[in-house]
Design a protein around this ligand. Structure first.
Ligand code: PEP
Length: 252
């Protein structure tokens, strides 16, 4: 039985004052939820604040990326060990915004996954097709190449330490969500591909859906058999929305 996981991705939003209000509001809103796992991935400068405010709560915290190298002359970059130093449990890797804006590839993401695991973090590896790819009907081919491109470097043995996320880029921040059936079909495809390598890993691995998840559509998405929770962007910046999404995932 896979435990549902809801992960907030704050992206480049926040400041010390606003973060405190949001974190305290979420902590008190989800205090009674025990069936769902919750994490908040904040911008790196606020990891210390997240650690201070979330420590002892039922919410984990994480970073939004880690560099593929362990250390070195990489100005402005943050290593997996630095993120782990602040008690993080998770790190998002290969988000479509990193792929699109910072030219990250399956290969760099795979290397980041390896160092993240070595540093004791659970990587959340994002995959997803563009609108053009979706309309051309090549979603499965794109996902297969993102999954295989990562697996070539990471290997199936380490995959049991990874969370996967399906995030169609046409649904991210667009207000346009994949229907539960569309998302389920891609999630089942991903699990099937993993099963080709290892059935046990496929059964245990959590696959999150991301792309305009809101309080109003979360329950239908989470009811799908291969959707194990959500990666939440915009709706994680609103206490009531995010708490409602966590509640939807908390149902057994
Ligand atoms: C994301 O960027 O990971 C995401 C899912 O964003 P949104 O929920 O805003 O679509």
């Amino acid at each position: 039985m896979r435990r549902k996981l809801v992960v907030a991705n704050w992206k480049m939003h926040g400041n010390l004052r606003w973060n405190r209000t949001l974190l305290e509001g979420i902590v008190s809103g989800v205090r009674d939820l025990y069936h769902v796992e919750i994490a908040i991935c904040v911008p790196h400068p606020y990891l210390f604040q997240a650690q201070q405010l979330l420590h002892g709560s039922n919410i984990a915290w994480g970073g939004q990326n880690v560099h593929p190298n362990e250390q070195g002359a990489f100005t402005g970059a943050v290593s997996a060990w630095m993120v782990a130093d602040f008690g993080c449990k998770y790190a998002i890797i290969g988000h479509s915004e990193r792929r699109g804006q910072f030219r990250e590839t399956n290969e760099t993401a795979a290397r980041s996954i390896k160092v993240a695991i070595k540093a004791g973090l659970i990587p959340i590896y994002c995959m997803g097709e563009t609108l053009e790819e979706y309309e051309a009907g090549v979603t499965e081919a794109v996902i297969a190449s993102q999954l295989n491109g990562m697996l070539d470097t990471v290997g199936i043995r380490l995959l049991s330490h990874v969370v996967l996320a399906y995030e169609p880029t046409w649904a991210i921040g667009s207000g346009r969500t994949a229907t539960p059936q569309q998302a389920q079909s891609v999630h089942a495809f991903i699990r099937g591909r993993v099963a080709h390598h290892d059935l046990k890993v496929a059964e245990g691995i959590r696959i999150l859906y991301g792309g305009s998840v809101k309080a109003s559509n979360a329950a239908q998405l989470f009811a799908m058999p291969d959707i194990d929770g959500g990666l939440i962007g915009s709706s994680s910046l609103d206490i009531d929305e995010f708490v409602a999404i966590c509640r939807a995932a908390n149902r057994k």
